[in-house]
Write a protein that binds this ligand. Structure first.
Ligand code: HEC
Length: 106
C-alpha cells in the first residue's frame, strides 16, 4: 500500500506546473487584442470586401501588414466602412485603435 502511494506521489511530481510568466501574459494580451480587431474586420469589413474582386479580404495573416492602410481608411479619411449602415460602434473603433497602437509599440 505504501509503495503505491509513493508511486502516485512520484507521478504527481512530473505533472507540468501550470504557472504563467510575464512573457506569456503579454503574448496572451497581444493575441486577444488582435483577435478582437480581427472580429471587427471579419464581421464589418469582409462582408463587403469579400463580395467583390480586387478588394483585400482581411485575415489574421495579412491584417498586421495592412494596419496602416486600415488606419488611413477608417480613422483619417473615414471612407471605411463604406455605407452608413455599416458604421462601426465606438467599441469596435476602440478595438481597432487598440490593435493599431499595439503594433506601433513594437
Ligand atoms: C459596403 C462595402 C464596404 C465595406 C463594409 C467596407 N469596405 Fe473597404 N472598400 C470598399 C470599396 C468599394 C473599396 C474600393 C475603394 C473605394 O471605392 O473607395 C474599398 C477599399 C478599402 C481599402 C483600400 C483598398 C483595399 O482594398 O485594400 C481599405 C484599406 C479598406 N477598404 C478597408 C476597410 C475596412 C477596414 C473596413 C471595415 C471597417 C471596410 N473597408 C469596410 C467597400 C467596403
Amino acid at each position: 500500500m505504501k509503495s503505491i502511494i509513493y508511486i502516485i506521489l512520484v507521478f504527481i511530481n512530473f505533472i507540468p506546473q501550470t504557472s504563467i510568466n510575464d512573457q506569456q501574459v503579454l503574448e496572451y494580451q497581444t493575441n486577444k487584442t488582435k483577435q478582437d480587431a480581427y472580429l471587427v474586420l471579419g464581421t464589418k469589413c469582409n462582408i463587403c470586401h469579400s463580395a467583390k474582386k480586387n478588394r483585400t479580404i482581411f485575415s489574421l495573416e495579412n491584417m498586421d501588414d495592412l494596419a496602416k492602410a486600415i488606419e488611413y481608411q477608417v480613422f483619417i479619411t473615414k471612407k471605411m466602412p463604406k455605407g452608413r449602415k455599416n458604421n462601426l460602434s465606438s467599441l469596435e473603433e476602440e478595438k481597432l485603435l487598440k490593435w493599431i497602437s499595439s503594433l506601433n509599440k513594437t
